[in-house]
Write a new protein. Sequence first.
Length: 204
Amino acid sequence: MDTPTTKSPVLLYTEQTPNPETLKFVTNRMLYKGTADFRDEELAREWSPIATALFDLPYVKGVYVCNNFVTVTKEFNYAWEDIMLKLKDFIKNYIEEGKEVVTDGFADAMAALEAERGASYEYTEDEVEIVKRIKDLIETYVRPAVEMDGGNIEFKSFNKGVVTVIMQGSCSGCPSSTVTLKSGIEGMLQRMVPEVTEVVAEMG
């Protein structure tokens, strides 16, 4: 006999990130497999109902969704103690109602955009091998640590020894992410891939 399945309640807690303007709202539900970074309202309105709803709040400046968490960047003239509980309730209720988080097709659209951007970089055979090693290292060692802080890092390009990465979520505009980038990521890549001379970041 089938017993009716009762949905487990949505649990939600907040985590600090290294960026004082950003807070991570972690849930016990998978919200979106992958990374969805909404720096502006336009992209949010096109692809993410939850980000759109959050942007409608006067104190939300950016929304980043990844796996089981939502990272919210606030407008600097608001204090977390005034808005954190409102945001917590809002996100919890949104998830409990089972509404759509990110629209289907978002990942493909972003991948197409990425391919378009990346198409301007023509790599030689040697460079293709180096790029593959860099991407693997970022994927294996850097991204999991950055995700714990509510952010994301993407490889963008490799040119004459310089690796360009895109910082998203809480890492975008965060003062400590520059330090992490220079001391941690750059150091590791230089050790593991001698061809790398520098790592620079663009904000996603």
